[in-house]
Design a protein around this ligand. Structure first.
Ligand SMILES: [Zn+2]
Length: 536
């Protein structure tokens, strides 16, 4: 027997393996767990060549996987200033003035994640930060990804001096005199300004991707299920892996759009087995609807505004045929379905298509779910992949853009995580970054609390849908592995399993939901390699 290259001793280990739930030590070799037990047992299999890691003060759990995340798009969209915490115009101006100072007025100033609060009194206007940025072109995106604000200099660079007509819904908001205010609605209008911003180089983009993955490691993520790949993304993954820069494990789907032709789909089927050491394809992604807040989700019955009635695919029958095509070719199918009508369409498609042996299809988001469709997840073996932290904009009085669209009866069918688990379905958890932060501590806290962590005065949103600490952890570990049929190699700490580990400063199952948010991550291990270690 060869000796392990690395071992951890003196830790508290939550294996999530029912046959050996706790241990204090483990050994790893060539990316796999080779032994697990108490310190004495592990010392016996090591020799002088084994690197011994002191696990004192660590609680180690199987490596955490976010099952819904946009790694490359997110890395690009979160460049520039992080404005998520700006609440007033004064703060916004201070942040922008500091950035102007740093860049000495050179190039563009860009930012993302802006909230609407700073503009409540003035309306969304580019001249509200004129003093801070002067004539430096400035483009700031809002957190909803559907709105932006630009200053006069940015509008001029984009050649915008008045209203425009767009094919789809989009708007350059203008005042009574026809002069643009700086507010841009929807991508048609936003892209006009975005395309005037100098393109980043390929090297810039590559660096951003690597930094984003390192940040994921810092919060304890060892794996992600990406959501928007193309064949070119596989080339990028090969490049990252070849340069030893792929620090998270990735599943990467091939995204199919309504306009994708069946010929184009056929041309992708041979890619079913594309893979590297830390990444693989084999999945196809579809969007069947949009989001509830903008009325683009697909509900069985219209919402209170009479909206949310349409599929994102003008012909849902084409979506169902596309699912059947990929399912027959051995792919796992992934469908974004927010509304209960979209969820039903996806379940119908999966039921009709069947799945290759060992493959489980999955539905993403499931923000509304009817009683009729709830038991179908368990009976069809379809995984529910959800993001309870997307309730972060919900107001207790239901006045927000999501809850205000529903009467009490349907508000009771919101993010039914507890009901799905009780029905026997597999529930996997994720963030949908950049829609929400990818920190799994925040994701688990929301799944457990169903309210903002740190605000215990807020009532939980549907208390009976809350998850236990173990159920929330399983959503990021055992269930994440089961979702992609990797339960025999990952999601537990077990001999022969991948050496993907997350080490916390305390037991995440014993820390309350409000404290979990700030529980330090001490170490992250992917494939037996330490990809993050907290400073002493
Ligand atoms: Zn997504």
């Amino acid at each position: 027997m060869t000796t392990p290259d690395r071992a951890i001793l003196g830790a508290r280990i939550r294996t999530l393996d029912p046959h050996q739930p706790v241990a204090t030590a483990l050994a790893m070799q060539d990316g796999a767990i080779t032994a697990i037990g108490d310190d004495a047992a592990i010392r016996r299999v090591c020799d002088g060549t084994t690197e011994l890691i002191d696990g004192t003060g660590m609680t180690i759990v199987p490596g955490l996987t976010d099952t819904h995340l946009h790694p490359f798009w997110g890395a690009e969209a979160t460049q520039g200033l992080d404005l998520q915490n700006v609440t007033t115009l004064g703060e916004l101006n201070a942040v922008l003035a500091a950035e102007w100072e740093r860049k000495q007025g050179e190039g563009w100033i860009t930012g993302w994640g802006l909230h609407f609060e700073p503009f409540l009194e003035t309306g969304i206007r580019g001249d509200t930060f004129a003093d801070a940025v002067g004539s430096t072109p400035t483009y700031l995106g809002f957190f909803d990804a559907h709105t932006a604000v630009a200053n006069q200099a940015a509008l001029e660079r984009a050649g915008i001096d008045g209203p425009r007509q767009f094919e789809e819904f989009a708007s350059i908001v203008c005042d009574a005199d026809g002069r643009p205010t700086g507010e841009l609605q929807e991508s048609g209008a936003m892209d006009l300004v975005r395309s005037a911003i100098p393109e980043p180089t390929d090297d810039d983009r590559y660096r951003w991707y690597v930094e984003a993955m390192r940040e994921m490691n810092r919060v304890g993520l060892t794996g992600i299920h990406g959501m928007d790949g193309t064949p070119a993304t596989f080339d990028l993954l090969r490049k990252l892996e070849g340069a030893d820069d792929l620090s998270v494990r990735m599943i990467m789907p091939l995204w199919q759009r309504p306009e994708t032709t069946f010929d184009e789909m056929h041309d992708q089927l041979h890619l079913v087995n594309e893979r590297g050491r830390r990444w693989r394809g084999g999945t196809a992604k579809f969007f069947i609807d949009g989001v509830i807040e903008s009325g683009t989700a697909w509900l069985v019955e219209p919402d209170l505004k009479g909206e949310c009635l349409h599929s994102f695919w003008p012909d849902p029958g084409k979506y169902q045929r596309a699912v059947a095509l990929f399912a027959r070719a051995g792919f796992q199918c992934i469908t974004h379905a927010v509304g209960d009508g979209g969820v039903r369409c996806a379940l119908d498609a999966y039921e009709a298509a069947g799945a290759a042996p060992g493959i489980r299809h999955r539905v993403e988001h499931i923000e509304q779910l009817t009683d009729v469709d709830l038991p179908r997840f368990a009976s069809l073996g379809v995984v529910a992949s959800m993001q309870p932290l997307h309730m972060h904009a919900f107001e207790p009085d239901h006045s927000d853009g999501w809850q205000s669209r529903f009467e009490a009866e349907r508000l009771a069918k919101t993010f039914r995580t507890g009901d799905l688990l009780r029905s026997g379905a597999t529930l996997a958890l994720g963030s949908d970054w950049m829609v929400a932060p990818f920190d799994p501590r925040l994701g688990m806290a929301w799944a457990r609390l169903r309210r903002r962590p740190g605000q215990p005065e807020r009532p939980p949103i549907l208390a009976d849908q809350r998850l236990s600490p173990l159920e929330a952890l399983q959503g990021y570990t055992t269930s994440a592995a089961f979702t992609v049929s990797e339960e025999a190699v990952s999601g537990q700490i077990k001999v022969g399993y991948r050496a993907d580990l997350t080490a916390f400063a305390a037991d995440p199952l014993e820390v309350d939901g409000d404290t979990l948010r700030d529980l330090p991550v001490l170490m992250t291990v992917v494939d037996g390699e330490i990809v993050y270690r907290a400073a002493e």
